[in-house]
Design a protein around this ligand. Structure first.
Ligand code: ZN
Length: 257
């Protein structure tokens, strides 16, 4: 049953893989993903586009390949935010992280996506900001200032990269992969923009104590994001949640279906 659901959702949600706990552990949600990519072609820059040489962010273990100096600065700033948010929990990079801006970023089994984290290469891929309007159309993200949302998207993917380097045990669900990325993505938004996003949802439902599940992640990733932020920020010690996710021992994530 799970396979049927996942395959059915593939084209829209890029959620796939019937065995999240195995070595293939792909975690994909809506249009921003952590994924184990098998296709080298998928990683190659578009034909005719010269890849910019990697550039180290000042003071960070982050190397950025970007088309312009402005993009480089934006990615470094967002990566710094991700590192600061996780640094409060003593979770940080153990080795350099590669971030590449490219257009478009395509899921290997689907269409264009916001971005993804290529697990084998430990490489973050993020689409160009100019692609955002088409990708957010019809979602709660469409109402947010484009630049603020785009920056939060980079934070999301960099959080995947940092968490991955600190994993003690592989996640057994997509929800476990995505909880920290979404919680800190929403935390990175400017307060007014964050409130604007959170107002898109029923506040009682956002504050409920139901478990985080792959099903909700697949069918309403925006609500999942709002709940993850609220759950993380409401905790007496949200860092404990992140540490438990790294250890693979979580009580607030629904077990695999
Ligand atoms: Zn993600």
């Amino acid at each position: 049953m799970r396979s049927v659901i996942n395959l059915g959702a593939l084209s829209l949600l890029c959620l796939f893989g019937s065995q999240p706990a195995n070595a293939q552990s792909e975690a994909c949600h809506d249009q921003a993903c952590a994924v184990k990519v098998a296709s080298a072609e998928f990683i190659r820059p578009p034909v005719g586009a010269a890849a910019a040489p990697p550039g180290r962010c000042p003071g960070l273990l982050v190397d950025v390949s970007a088309g312009s100096a402005d993009e480089h600065r934006l990615v470094c700033s967002a990566a710094d935010t991700a590192l600061q948010l996780l640094g409060r929990c003593s979770i940080t990079l153990r080795r350099p992280l590669q971030v590449q801006i490219m257009s478009p970023v395509r899921h290997p089994l689907g269409g264009p996506v916001f971005g993804l984290f290529d697990i084998p290469r430990e490489q973050v891929l993020v689409t160009k900001e100019t692609n955002i309007p088409a990708l957010v159309e019809g979602t709660p993200y469409a109402r947010l200032p484009r630049s603020d949302f785009y920056r939060s998207l980079v934070v999301h993917e960099v959080v995947h990269g940092i968490m991955h380097q600190n994993l003690e045990r592989k996640a057994t669900t997509h929800a476990a992969y995505e909880y920290p990325a979404y919680a800190l993505q929403i935390a990175s938004l400017p307060p007014g923009v964050r409130e604007q996003f959170l107002r898109s949802f029923d506040q009682g439902a956002v504050g409920s104590d139901t478990l985080f599940s792959d099903a909700v992640l697949a069918f309403d990733p925006y609500f999942f994001a709002a709940r993850a932020y609220h759950h993380f920020m409401s905790a007496p010690n949200g860092c404990a949640y992140l540490k438990s996710l790294l250890a693979g021992e979580v009580s607030f994530i629904a077990p695999p279906m």
